[in-house]
Structures are given as C-alpha cells and as structure tokens.
Design a protein around this ligand. Structure first.
Ligand code: PLP
Length: 490
C-alpha cells in the first residue's frame, strides 16, 4: 500500500525503485491478467516475450502525440499500417469488393462504436431526430453512443433460443429517420454471430448504413474460419456492410487502448471527422474523440501484430478453439448447467436449469478456487448466465477447469441460493430510482459489504439484488455503488 501521508503527491519525491515497488504491491490485489484463469477484461496469448516487446514499443512512443500526424509521421505510418492490416483481414483492400476501404485507430471499442454512430448521424443533417436500430444483444456501447449523441435507440429483441434477432423484425424497425443498423460478430454476452448478410441486405434496401460490431470477434473469426470453423460471412465481403469495428486490444492481443474503425470508403468516413478553425489557436482536425492521444498503445499494437504475424495468430486461434471446446465439455459434464449457446466463436456461456444451483454462488465458488468468471444478469426473458471469454492462454488450464467447475457446482448446490431478506427483495422489485435516497443507498451498500476499499470476496448477494431489480434501478444502483468506490484519498 501507499505509505500513509504520502499519497500521489508527496512533499519530497520518492525514489524510482520504491515507486515501482509500491505499484507492484498495489497490483497484488488485482485479478490475474496472465495465466489463463481470468475469463473477462484481459486477453492473454501466453506468448513468451510478447509483453516485453509491447512494453518497449509502448515506451518508445508514449510521449508522441496523435494530435497532429504531420508532426509525428511515425504514428501516422503505424496507424495506416494497422488500418491496412485490419481491412485486409476483414475483406477489404486491393483485389477485394471493398478496394477503397479506409479507417481510423481509436482508443477502444466504445469509441469506435460512438464514431460509427456519429458518422452515420452527421451524414444526415436533414434529420431532426435520427435513430439507430440495434439487436438487444448488441453491446451496451451502442446505447452509450445513442445517449451521448442524442440519437434514438430502437432495440430489436433476440429469440431466446437462437439469441439472434429475426431479420424481419430488423427490417420492420427501420424508419425514415434510421441512420444506422447494427449487427454483431459475435455479440459479447453469448458469443453468437448475428445474421450479418441478411441484416446488411435489409439495411441496404432501405438505403441505410450497416455497422458490423466485430470489436470482439474481428481478430478471431477470420483465423477460426481458416482453421475450418463454419464462420458465416460478416465482413466487407457482404455487400451492404458499410463499416466494421475491431478491437486490437482484444484478440489481436495488444495492450489496452487500441481499436480500429473501418469504413467501406472515404465518403462514408468523412462525417466522422471534426475539423475546427474558428478559434485563435491551432487548427484542429480530430478523426477520433480524443485530441491529444498517446502513441504508446498504437506502437505497442503495431509491434504485437508484426511480431505475431498471420502464422502466430493462426496458432493462437487453434489453441483458443481447443480451449473453447474443452471448456464447453466441462460445462456439459455438470448436471444442472447448460450452454446457453453452442460456442461458435471464442465465448463459452452457460446457465443453470437447476433452481438449487445458483449461478451467482457458483461464480463466487469459482473465484474462491482462483477462476474468475463473469456473471450476467437475467434480461428480457433471457436467464442469468456465466460468461467466459476464452483466450489462447486458457488452453493449458482446461484440464484443471473441469474438476474445479464440478467441485464449485457441488459446493454451490449444497450451500443453496442466496436468499435476500423478503423486505429487501420486495424493495428491489418495487423501488423506483427516484426513491433511492443517499441513506437508503448507504444502508444497502453497508449491508452488502460495499463501500470504500476493495469489493467483498463474495458478490452473490450483490448480484442477486441487482438481478431482482428492474433495469432502471439496476443502473442507478450500479452508478451509486461505483460512486462510493470512487472517492479521493488524501
Ligand atoms: C468489448 C466490446 C465493445 C466495447 O469495447 P471497449 O474496448 O470495452 O470499449 C463493443 N462491442 C463488443 C462486441 C465488444 O466485445
């Protein structure tokens, strides 16, 4: 821990080695970013030496500023190379049906999606109230984009069995004010690939842009397809697809802070840019949301791609595919657990059909055994589930996961589900966000062990409470709980 009285700004500076030791001590409380036991947040290829390379490349360009590509041509060159590689992987570039593809390097998937929506919105200045159509399984970042950009969000339900939207429902949701239709390849929660070709066709028929959110799968599906997996067309090979996002900080295994947003041509990209000369300072042209931005993540991503190459990614995808199939078998082997979808990408997602086997308790039992999975709340007719993002580093761990899952399930079943006090459950079901007073939030947080300091080891009660609450109350509780954590230390 940081020594008392020092904080981030001590009176006298602290020697470099001690500062680093302090950071390492803080990092000890984090979930393990390496080692194949964390199934969300991080993407670990398990390749020896890759971290050192990325770190060195990052350091090389950390102080370079992406604000002005003419001042730092190194960054422009690396960005153009990353966009070219992503475009080529996703059906664009010379000799394809999308030879004019262009793109931008953004800071992450959310930024890519916000910019895709912005470009679509600003291409239609004639519309007073623009709208976008997104399947219910689409990433929350589309809702964030709609919220930030004041664009209406039309959600299309997904079939509870296939977890895909019906194409007729997508077509029916398109209105004269619709500026963008979205599809996912795959959707994050369940790893299911939307019917992209059909969705793009109805969008094209209506003269509307179609964005494929391949933030998660864009750097995995092409390799899986080359390995023989039945991956449907989802990229620029599909005629009506006008833009695609792909996160390099996911399956390209680059350190955090890099995504690519591709457009089929420069005309489609133009309204994404923000140019400004109506002030006395430097003329500003921003392709992305940030103005000053570090070259570190871009150089690190460039180094990662160059070092791994196609052969490296193909090997990593083969390992990941093996891990997915081993994890799915482990789930099938446990009575009461059921795969929510047959894995078709790099996600394993399961639910419980046994009321005595509580998923949130199971997640805590797995955490206690060193396996960090991601619980997902019940939503719109879909059951609560457990999400596993699978990366290449998981492969050597698969044999240990099966027995751990079986053991955790047995203990969770013996413990039984979390039972909220009846008055708390009733409150969760009936309270409106407006009725949540600071006192009530503080009382709830204290009762759940939330507050300043690290989150409790067991989160089942928190998840059960959230699960019992309607969506608007969930959102408000999350905001309040995280707000309690984010307080300055002195
Ligand atoms: C991760 C993800 C995003 C958002 O990306 P961030 O990098 O977390 O901002 C969007 N869409 C999908 C499908 C994702 O998996």
């Amino acid at each position: 821990m940081i020594e008392e009285g020092t904080g981030a700004l001590p009176v006298e500076g602290v020697p470099a080695d001690r500062v680093l030791a302090e950071i390492r001590a803080l990092r000890a409380a984090d979930r393990p970013t390496h080692g194949g036991r964390l199934f969300a947040y991080v993407y670990d290829p398990g390749v020896a030496g890759l971290d050192e390379l990325a770190r060195a490349a990052y350091a090389e360009s950390a102080h370079v500023n992406g604000l002005d590509p003419t001042a730092f041509p190194s960054l422009l060159a690396m960005e153009n190379a990353l966009v070219g590689a992503a475009a080529r992987l996703l059906g664009g570039g010379p000799g394809t049906s999308a030879p004019e593809v262009v793109g931008s390097v953004t800071g992450g998937g959310t930024e890519s999606l916000i910019l895709a929506v912005k470009a679509a919105r600003d291409a239609r200045p004639d519309l007073a109230a623009p709208r976008i159509v997104v399947p219910a399984s689409g990433h929350a970042a589309f809702a964030k984009a709609a919220h930030y950009l004041r664009v209406a969000l039309d959600t299309v339900p997904v079939d509870p069995a296939t977890l895909r939207p019906a194409v007729a429902d997508v077509a029916a949701a398109i209105r004269p004010e619709t500026v963008l239709v979205a599809a996912s390849a795959p959707a994050y929660a369940h790893g299911v690939i939307d019917p992209v070709a059909e969705i793009a066709a109805v969008a094209a028929a209506a003269g509307v842009r179609c964005h494929v959110d391949a933030c998660f799968g864009g750097w995995a599906l092409p390799w899986l397809r080359r390995l023989g997996a039945p991956v449907p067309a989802f990229d620029f090979a599909v005629d009506g697809v006008t833009s695609i996002s792909v996160d390099l900080h996911k399956y390209a295994y680059a350190p955090k802070g890099v995504s690519v947003l591709l457009h089929r041509d420069a005309g489609l990209r133009a309204p994404q840019y923000f140019g400004y000369a109506d002030w006395p300072g430097y003329t500003m042209v921003n392709p992305v949301i940030a103005s000053t931005r570090s070259g570190g993540p871009i150089a690190a991503a460039y180094a990662t791609l160059r070092h791994l190459g196609e052969a490296g990614y193909l090997r990593l995808a083969a390992r990941t595919r093996e891990a997915v199939s081993g994890l799915a078998d482990a789930v099938r082997a446990v009575d009461g657990l059921r795969l929510l979808a047959e894995p078709e990408s790099t996600v394993v997602c399961f639910t419980s059909d046994d009321p005595g086997l509580d998923l949130f308790v199971l997640v805590d039992e797995l955490t206690a055994r060193g396996w960090h999975t991601q619980p997902q709340l019940a939503y719109a007719g879909l059951p609560a589930s457990v999400h596993l993002t699978v990366t290449a580093a998981v492969a050597p761990r698969v044999a240990e996961f099966g027995p751990a899952l079986a053991d955790a399930a047995a203990v969770a079943r013996a413990a039984g589900p979390v039972v909220l006090p009846p008055e708390v459950r009733a409150l969760a079901a009936s309270l409106t966000p407006e009725e949540l007073s600071p006192e009530l939030i503080a009382g709830l947080a204290a009762g759940l062990g939330l507050g300043a300091g690290p989150a409790p080891d067991r989160m089942a009660a928190v998840n059960t409470l959230l699960d019992a609450a309607p969506v608007p109350l969930r959102e408000r509780l999350l905001v309040e709980f995280v707000g309690l954590l984010q307080r300055p230390t002195w």
